[in-house]
Design a protein around this ligand. Structure first.
Ligand SMILES: Nc1nc2c(ncn2[C@@H]2O[C@H](COP(=O)(O)OP(=O)(O)OP(=O)(O)O)[C@@H](O)[C@H]2O)c(=O)[nH]1
Length: 356
């Protein structure tokens, strides 16, 4: 007979791990981790803090359960998952605790409001790439500690496997598959009315964010391959990708969409700022001295992300603007709306989406 409650939970735990590893999407996997550990630990709130490649906090996922009593008196648990990309709201005590976890590479605890705030590291290889955080009235027992560590290890290994399939092998950027998988989720997060813009100076703007999608294409890339061979071509692609990545902010999204074609999704308060960002990318590439070749340029077409327009249509608008930039001589940045105002394009209608 099984008397130990932790033993009793094993079949349930295995079932949840089975669910976790049947998921084929990194963000759903993160949610599933919280769904698994929250009930196991008997807590209503759990959070996952994710770091970016530079070990800076990139986003936070909160999982909350609460008991709701129906009209007929039947109680049931409802759950809510919330993703936070604006990090100014992360409590200082969580920042301080997770910093200790990062430095020590092991779980840390601190007392807070008569409870314990507990944080575990999420490991990606040897590096800390995030934290699992929860709060309750007591520390984790040795059994619970072993369970949390085991679940986090399964999660990290499986996450790494999924992440590899969403990354381009040459540049390490997210790939087209990742963009297509995440499109709907990115869209709904982007058009949230409570999205606020974090400014460079750290203050929060009162204006809601606007988002812009750009298609960036290297000019005359075929010539580089034809003249110097594919190995040099690959090296140039890698360098161009790195340059773009460092020019964008870490919160911007950059994908390698095809051979020498990239897609970027950025936030900017207005069109002028968005244009500046994309101009900066164009100039960074133009100014860089690449090995072997004399010069490299990119053409960029972009369009505003609008809640009322399908993602595929925004992509198509940016792509048509890029095509126009190529037609007009390359090494330039075109905004879809500007081309409509100029009369180059007819007023927007739902055109053929070529990219999907
Ligand atoms: N080295 C290398 N070349 C690639 C890769 N993917 C695509 N390419 C090459 O990129 C070139 C793209 O050529 P085109 O589509 O004609 O475009 P382009 O020469 O850049 O000309 P424009 O876009 O019109 O300025 C082709 O020669 C592809 O073989 C890659 O991963 N490595």
């Amino acid at each position: 007979m099984l008397n130990n409650p932790s033993q009793l939970r094993v079949p349930g735990l295995l079932g949840k791990l089975g669910v976790m590893t049947s998921i084929r999407d990194t963000e759903l996997l993160e949610q599933s981790l919280l769904r698994t550990l929250g009930p196991l630990l008997g807590v209503l709130d759990t959070s996952l803090y994710r770091l970016d490649d530079g070990q800076l906090l990139a986003r936070v996922i909160h999982y909350h359960r609460s008991k709701v009593v129906d009209g007929d008196g039947v109680a049931r648990m409802v759950e809510r998952i919330e993703e936070i990309v604006q990090l100014s709201e992360v409590p200082p005590e969580v920042i301080a605790l997770t910093e200790n976890v990062r430095l020590l590479g092991k779980p840390c605890t601190r007392a807070l409001d008569g409870q314990m705030l507990i944080a575990y590291p999420l490991l990606g290889g040897d590096e800390v790439c995030g934290y699992f955080v929860f709060q309750r009235d007591r520390e984790a027992s040795p059994n619970e500690d072993a369970t949390i560590r085991g679940v986090l290890e399964v999660f990290s290994n499986y996450y790494a496997l999924l992440d590899v399939s969403q990354r381009d092998r040459l540049t390490g950027l997210l790939n087209r598959q990742a963009l297509e998988n995440n499109f709907e989720r990115i869209w709904s997060a982007m058009v949230r009315p409570d999205a606020f813009n974090e400014r460079e100076d750290g203050r929060r703007s009162q204006l809601p964010d606007k988002f812009w999608l750009a298609v960036i294409d290297i000019d005359h890339f075929k010539r580089i391959n034809d003249t110097f061979g594919h190995m040099v071509g690959d090296e140039i692609l890698l360098l161009a990708a790195r340059l773009m990545q460092t020019t964008f902010r870490s919160s911007d999204l950059l994908y390698r969409y095809g051979g020498e074609e990239f897609v970027a999704i950025i936030s900017a308060e207005n069109e002028a700022i968005a244009r500046n960002v994309f101009e900066r990318v164009r100039l960074a590439i133009e100014a860089h001295i690449f090995p072997r070749i004399e010069a490299l340029t990119v053409s960029i077409g972009y369009a505003e992300v609008d809640a009322t327009i399908l993602p595929v249509e925004v992509l198509s608008r940016a792509d048509r603007s890029l095509y126009q930039a190529k037609q007009d001589g390359r090494n330039r940045v075109y905004d879809f709306h500007e081309l409509v105002e100029r009369g180059t394009f007819a007023n927007p209608t739902y055109g053929d989406a070529e990219l999907f």
